[in-house]
Design a protein around this ligand. Structure first.
Ligand SMILES: Nc1ncnc2c1ncn2[C@@H]1O[C@H](COP(=O)(O)OP(=O)(O)OP(=O)(O)O)[C@@H](O)[C@H]1O
Ligand SMILES: [Mg+2]
Length: 359
């Protein structure tokens, strides 16, 4: 799939803007603060339904205005799709696909598939497990609607459960009150964990290959899903989840939150047997993050039958020339949008110049 054009109205620094893209490599060039990341953010929003930079949607409305509007025209094989996304000053989102409004905003996910990489994605390797789970969750949600809905149900139930633990901690019948919630939490939790195991299992081969390419076979990358629930048949996983949840009730009552579940799992990342999360150098962590993102492209292709659009924000300046060249090679064969302040590589591309809008 590839994006043909993006139209923006009162989105971030843009009053009105239309940008057209080509298949293959698109280089978005502009000075600092000209609006390059804003442009990628608008595309990310149209694919994932939220910003990679903020949870407060209305920050994306151009200052002094009421509504931000994004329209993306997308080509898949021979069909054209349009995605329209608007945000108003009450933080209300409206999304339409091919002119038809979506009732559930979550329906947007999976139409425009995105793999996004920015210097911020380094967090994926070195920061809390939450970032690594987010990586799996965003990728899986784009590939599998059921996963997306299970995950939002899981998070809602978890919030309810934690609220009950806090508000009814002195109630004797609390374990009985939680029973129904725990059954549901186990049902969705086991499904999420099972899918994440399978995700890591599928992506780890691609990631290993990508990392071998990027490091000329010097570094062997190993991924593993880390959970207290073992992989197996869904029924067995649900039971194990439920039993553990009930067993930890006293502990949770002390902590006043749910200390076990899919929201506590992690992904282990090792290079030549060493934990990169803790001991990787900056450059290693950056390359591993890149290998994971590139691996995601191939996973998309094998799961959805189509390559996603690759968005690379500001990554070239952070890579050495050899890795930069490798990245270009590895990302050929799909639409790639790269932002940078200048580009002098001898490689065919569509150049898009972004200039700061006049006040
Ligand atoms: N809601 C908004 N309304 C108006 N302007 C905004 C809004 N949000 C951000 N901006 C402005 O958009 C400008 C461009 O931001 P952007 O992050 O896209 O720049 P950039 O081209 O990616 O720069 P860099 O090369 O430094 O990464 C910033 O100067 C910022 O002040
Ligand atoms: Mg930027």
């Amino acid at each position: 799939m590839y994006i043909e054009s993006v139209q923006l109205k009162n989105f971030r620094s843009y009053e009105i803007k239309e940008v057209t893209f080509k298949e293959g490599l698109n280089i978005i060039v502009g000075q600092n603060a000209s609006g390059k990341t804003n442009l990628l953010e608008s595309i990310y929003c149209s694919g994932i339904g939220k910003s990679p930079r903020t949870n407060n949607y209305k920050e994306m409305i151009k200052w002094g205005n009421d509504i931000a509007y994004i329209k993306v025209v997308l080509r898949k094989n021979k069909t054209l799709n349009t995605i329209e996304f608007s945000i108003d000053s009450q933080n209300k989102k409206r999304i339409a696909v091919d002119g038809i409004p979506l009732v559930k905003l979550g329906e947007i996910i999976g139409i425009l598939n995105i793999v996004f990489f920015s210097p911020d994605e380094m967090k994926l390797i070195k920061e809390s497990p939450q970032e690594r789970r987010r990586f799996a969750d965003i990728s899986l949600s784009q590939q599998n609607k059921k996963y997306f809905y299970s995950l939002s149900k899981y998070n809602n139930i978890l919030t309810q459960r934690n609220k009950l633990l806090k508000e009814h901690r002195d109630v004797k019948a609390l374990p009985e009150m939680l029973y129904g919630w725990d059954v549901q939490l186990a049902e969705h939790g086991a499904y999420i964990i099972q899918k994440r195991y399978e995700f890591i299992d599928k992506i780890k081969g691609f990631a290993k290959n990508m990392h071998n390419e990027l490091t000329s076979n010097l570094e062997d990358l190993e991924l593993e899903y880390e959970s207290k629930v073992e992989y197996g048949e869904i029924k067995a996983m649900q039971e194990a989840f439920f039993d553990r949840l009930r067993k930890d009730f006293d502990k949770d009552l002390n902590l006043l939150y749910t200390s076990f579940g899919a929201h506590r799992d992690d992904i282990s990342i090792k290079i030549n047997g060493i934990d990169v999360r803790k001991f990787g150098s900056q450059g290693q962590q950056r390359s591993v993050a890149l290998s994971l993102k590139l691996a995601e492209i191939y996973l998309f292709e094998s799961e959805v039958g189509e390559k996603p659009v690759l968005l690379l924000d500001d990554v070239l300046s952070e890579l050495d020339p050899e890795r930069r060249r490798k990245l270009m090679e590895l990302s050929s064969g799909l639409q790639t949008l790269i932002t940078c302040t200048d580009f002098d590589m001898d490689i065919a591309h569509n150049r898009i110049l972004i200039e700061k809008e006049k006040k």
